[in-house]
Design a protein around this ligand. Structure first.
Ligand SMILES: Nc1nc2c(c(=O)[nH]1)N[C@H]1C(S)=C(S)[C@@H](COP(=O)(O)O)O[C@H]1N2
Ligand SMILES: [Mo]
Length: 604
């Protein structure tokens, strides 16, 4: 096909649509004009009632788990059930403890493996510091994690995250409305629980989560290094099979309310040892691995892993790891405070094995820091969201940037992997201009591609369809956590680049939508030009072998499979090549970045 050089050479067929405003005299033909003037900055960088288009609070339902096909178990029942089980456990333990067989067993296995040769006694100061930092970081990680979960309050074991497939939900069943969006599905958490707290603050929650994760992992790495270089690891890893009978013995002692003598200074009891081992060496690494398992860039790169271990398996496991940590914290704190609190607090907070109050006061001071951090985090985020975004990016950016250059191969999915249900998301176009085009079956649609290119063009759908056809079956990763596989048909961005010939100074590609974003002003997103050359970056006009539907972005949307869904602009009206996105819109690299503090690139 001859590349159309004169943008005016494709006259409209005269259907009644609202014409774009005539070009200003100094801007030349409208094909050369930018859509930048239709963008808005965020008025005020604070979070208040106007947040996310004044999204109203919406409380979900108490968490519940699916049993069988359609029965749901309300997890609040675990509270009375747990209590009854505890009472029964105590009765059973008290009953059997006097039995001769049990007594012989407990005499043989008093509750701890012998202290490994060479294992140090006591706790060094660094351990106390790391213990505190770990706790401090985890508060923000867990709270922001809950906020992220609340943005799509459902969990699945399959990548096809459709209605009825969730095994866990904190939301009513998905309504019938075919255009119901994942954003509508998000819920509000009770105040003080989620971080930052308001409904749909996932952008900021992610900076907290990923930013503090970086610090937590760094702390953990130092912990591992020190553990292994000081011999402390000997106290934290079960080295003999007798930990199993010993831990059963300890469980009987706890449950029968005749507790084992606390010996943590020299040697943990076996149940304690197993709990610490699981937390340090299984749960913590699993938290990181399952976290990374949700990354679009890594999932398309390591397709052999993600084909089995899908984003939803990762997300569900990530949630269960959180449950383990929360349960651990509750039991651990209870036991620390009930098995000789002063002595225990001295161990971890004052590195001494005495009954003095020193450890208690250091602990109390550390709790003040924790409480202040807990209480201040939300108001601080509401007042300085841009700062949270910047600091979060400074912390996680270096790791995230490693994954931005992943040009994945097609072929991970086939027709049989296509999801029966694909969530809708975002704000639908409402403009008369778009409505007119849609009424005319997009006959008057023109895609305007300009900016720093040698050959600006306007293409109608016929011309787009005449370009070499590109097809791919890929998985969508929404920042909110849902996913779905679809087959996309259209034009590779490489083909578009060959046609328009970007100038060397073009570094970013802006995609403009017909639709407004939630705060007004049109939706747009900036994409790194490097990613526009990738195999899996395309403009789609077809989805699952039919023309792209209204809800999914008709007539044209972007697919860029190394990034999260919000970057894939739907209802595209224009593409502009620029040197830097800082002069476009609010200057942050996209609508969600300007208005909801997302990042300009989100490969994880
Ligand atoms: N114009 C526009 N494009 C958009 C959005 C939007 O709000 N407006 N939402 C984005 C988000 S958050 C996602 S997850 C995907 C959803 O695409 P889908 O509705 O086809 O699933 O579109 C993206 N593109
Ligand atoms: Mo999304």
């Amino acid at each position: 096909m001859e590349p159309p050089t004169d943008p005016q050479s494709f006259p409209s067929d005269g259907a009644p649509t609202k014409q774009p405003p005539p070009p200003a005299a100094d801007e030349g033909p409208h094909a050369y004009r930018s859509f930048r003037s239709e963008l808005t900055r965020k008025d005020d960088d604070v979070i208040d009632a106007q947040w996310a288009g004044s999204i109203p609070a919406q409380y979900g339902v108490a968490p519940r788990v699916r049993i069988g096909e359609r029965k749901w178990f309300n997890l609040l029942w675990l509270i009375p059930i747990g209590f009854v089980l505890l009472v029964i456990g105590i009765a059973v333990a008290k009953g059997i403890r006097g039995l001769p067989g049990v007594q012989t067993f407990m005499a043989e296995y008093p509750g701890a493996s012998s202290r490994p040769a060479g294992a140090p006694v006591g706790f060094p100061a660094w351990l106390g510091w790391q213990h505190f930092l770990n706790l401090f970081f985890m508060i923000f990680i867990i709270r922001s994690g809950w906020q992220i979960l609340a943005d799509h309050p459902r969990l699945y074991w399959t990548r096809h995250s459709g209605p009825g497939r969730n095994w866990f939900r904190m939301q009513i069943p998905v309504p019938e409305d075919p255009l119901y969006t994942a954003k509508q599905d998000s819920i509000t958490l009770p105040s003080g629980v989620g971080l930052p707290g308001r409904r749909h603050t996932i952008g900021l929650a992610r900076w907290w989560h990923l930013g503090v994760d970086t610090l937590w992992l760094l702390n953990g790495l130092i912990f591992y290094i020190l553990l292994f270089s000081t011999g402390q690891w000997l106290r934290l890893i079960p080295l003999h099979w007798d930990v199993i009978p010993n831990s059963i013995s300890v469980a009987i002692q706890y449950l029968s309310l005749d507790w084992p003598v606390e010996t943590g200074w020299t040697n943990y009891n076996s149940l304690q040892l197993i709990a610490y081992f699981v937390t340090v060496f299984i749960a913590a690494p699993l938290a990181m691995i399952t976290g990374l398992g949700m990354s679009p860039a890594l999932s398309t790169k390591f397709s052999w892993v993600s084909s089995v271990f899908s984003i939803q398996v990762a997300r569900s496991l990530h949630f269960l790891v959180m449950c383990w940590f929360v349960l651990f914290i509750i039991i651990h704190v209870t036991l620390v405070l009930t098995t000789g609190a002063l002595n225990n607090l001295n161990h971890m907070y004052a590195s001494q094995n005495t009954e003095s109050w020193t450890g208690f006061w250091i602990f109390a001071a550390s709790m003040v820091v924790v409480i202040v951090g807990w209480v201040a985090a939300t108001p601080l985020t509401y007042r300085y969201p841009r700062m949270v975004q910047r600091i979060g990016y400074a912390l996680i950016g270096p790791a995230q940037r490693l994954f931005e250059h992943i040009d994945s191969k097609p072929g991970q999915y086939t027709e049989k992997d296509i999801s029966p249900y694909f969530w809708h998301n975002g704000k639908y176009p409402e403009s008369r201009e778009y409505q007119g085009l849609r009424d005319g079956n997009f006959a008057n649609y023109r895609l305007r591609i300009n900016g720093l290119v040698e050959n600006p063009v306007e293409l109608d759908l016929g011309q787009l369809r005449a370009l070499p056809h590109h097809e791919q079956i890929t998985q969508h990763f929404c920042i909110q956590g849902w996913s779905g596989v679809a087959k996309w048909g259209g034009v590779s961005m490489q083909t578009i680049m060959d046609l328009v010939k970007p100038k060397p100074e073009a570094k970013w590609v802006i995609f403009y939508s017909f639709a407004d974003g939630s705060d007004g002003g049109i939706y747009y997103d900036a994409q790194a030009i490097e990613q526009m050359h990738y195999d899996l970056t395309m403009l789609a006009y077809d989805m699952n072998d039919g023309a792209l539907s209204f809800g999914h972005g008709a007539p044209l949307r972007l697919r860029n499979e190394v990034e999260l869904g919000f970057k894939m602009v739907k209802w595209i009206k224009g593409i502009e090549f620029v040197e830097s996105f800082s002069e476009v819109g609010g200057g942050e690299g996209g609508y969600n970045n300007d208005h909801e503090f997302f990042g300009y690139s989100q490969s994880i």
